[in-house]
Design a protein around this ligand. Structure first.
Ligand code: PLP
Length: 379
């Protein structure tokens, strides 16, 4: 026979449009709604990738022995599509990075790889089919459209081989779905620093660097406790002795402080330990600050909660923020550390969260196409 197909191809895509599009009601009640279609491609070990199809959104039929239901071979991505405020065209933000990351995650859990450019082409074709969910205002078939609305895109891959034996799956499915959101402004976050004696999210040699479902379910027990204590998210630490800071829930975490020698440092956990997700927003923050704020030294290094407490106590702290596709750039107001609530001042020289606000604005300009930038990719 012929060789298994090493990737899916956007040129093979078939589209079956839904005969019953979802009726729009108040756009706020549509928040979180899945759109009308989904994109699906199957893979098998013997034939490789099949033909991608966009079909009406519907439940999946999975054999109860499908490997994903037992051994968590699932990985996913999270990204957004926006209407360009100047051209009216829909665009996505740095989709090449999500393609690479999904391939990396798939590899970690023995799921098949695909070509990054074909991923981006399929994603764009899918978003184009769902364009009415980001319709222009003035279109009478749609009640209302806020120019800050976006689609949240969820590409994912699962192992589907019906077999309880523990082995690399021989069958997989790649899917893209989308949900509709209106942009919201998050209030400053309160984080609870985890107690690494009780719970860690990720550890060296593990899989914290991969966006696999297995990283998320086990965080919910501790996260639920944090919420019941009045916090928004867990600031995950690892290492019982050193108490290194890694991430804040489903977001990367940055601190800005004045160093002992009077300079300004923007610090975040490094990727090398394998305990932190290589966030697209994280990477973008680092690149923009290095390019546009040369007076700030951007450092990717291990740092501890003890350093945060010391910076607060000696008034060297400037601000802290969480960043990711879901949270965007969210200032952090308080961190619960070993029974003490450490307050991060949100007012610096009369201005609130100046770095977070500036960076947020820069990213918005690119995402919503207010300026031309290579990171905004038209679908
Ligand atoms: N860290 C974790 C654990 C995440 O789940 C996410 C999710 O998106 C991020 C960080 C931020 O990554 P990105 O900026 O690519 O959304």
């Amino acid at each position: 026979g012929s060789c298994p197909a090493q990737t899916f191809h956007a040129r093979d895509l078939t589209i079956t449009r839904s005969m019953a599009l979802k009726p729009f009601t108040d756009p706020r009640t549509m928040t979180g709604s899945t759109t009308d279609h989904m994109l699906k491609v199957t893979w098998s070990n013997s034939t490789g990738w099949g033909v991608p199809e966009i079909v009406p959104y519907a439940p999946l039929a999975l054999d109860p022995t499908a490997t994903v239901l037992h051994y968590a071979n699932e990985c996913f991505e999270g990204m957004k599509a926006y209407r360009n405020k100047r051209t009216g065209k829909i665009q996505v933000f740095r989709p090449d990075l999500n393609a690479k990351r999904l391939n990396m995650s798939a590899d970690r859990i023995a799921l098949p790889s695909f070509d990054n450019d074909e991923f981006v082409a399929l994603l764009c074709a899918f978003v184009a089919v769902e364009e009415r969910w980001l319709a222009w205002s003035g279109n009478s078939t749609i009640l209302e459209y806020d120019e800050n609305d976006f689609l949240y895109l969820r590409p994912m891959m699962i192992g589907t081989t019906p077999r309880l034996g523990l082995a690399k799956p021989n069958d997989a499915m790649f899917l893209i779905i989308a949900t509709k959101f209106s942009s919201w402004h998050t209030r400053p976050l309160r984080l609870l620093a985890s107690s690494p004696e009780e719970s860690v999210r990720a550890w060296p040699g593990g899989f914290g660097f991969a966006k696999v479902g297995a990283n998320y379910g086990p965080t919910l027990q501790y996260q639920t406790r944090a919420v019941s204590l009045g916090y928004d998210q867990v600031l995950w630490l690892f290492d019982v002795e050193k108490r290194y800071v890694t991430e804040a829930g489903g977001a990367n975490f940055f601190v800005v402080w004045r160093t002992e020698d009077g300079g300004v440092e923007l610090v975040t956990a490094p990727l090398e330990t394998g305990t932190v997700l290589d966030g697209v927003t994280r990477r973008s923050v680092i690149e923009l600050v290095r390019e546009r704020l040369p007076e700030v030294s951007v450092t990717e290094r291990q740092f501890t909660v003890g350093e945060i407490v010391a910076a607060v106590d000696s008034r060297r702290i400037i601000e802290a923020f969480a960043c990711g596709t879901a949270y965007f750039i969210a200032p952090v107001a308080e961190i619960g550390i070993s029974g003490r609530d450490v307050t991060i001042p949100l007012k610096v020289e009369g201005k609130s969260g100046e770095y977070a606000r500036t960076i947020r604005r820069w990213l918005e300009e690119i995402m919503y196409g207010e300026i031309d930038h290579a990171w905004g990719v038209a679908v």
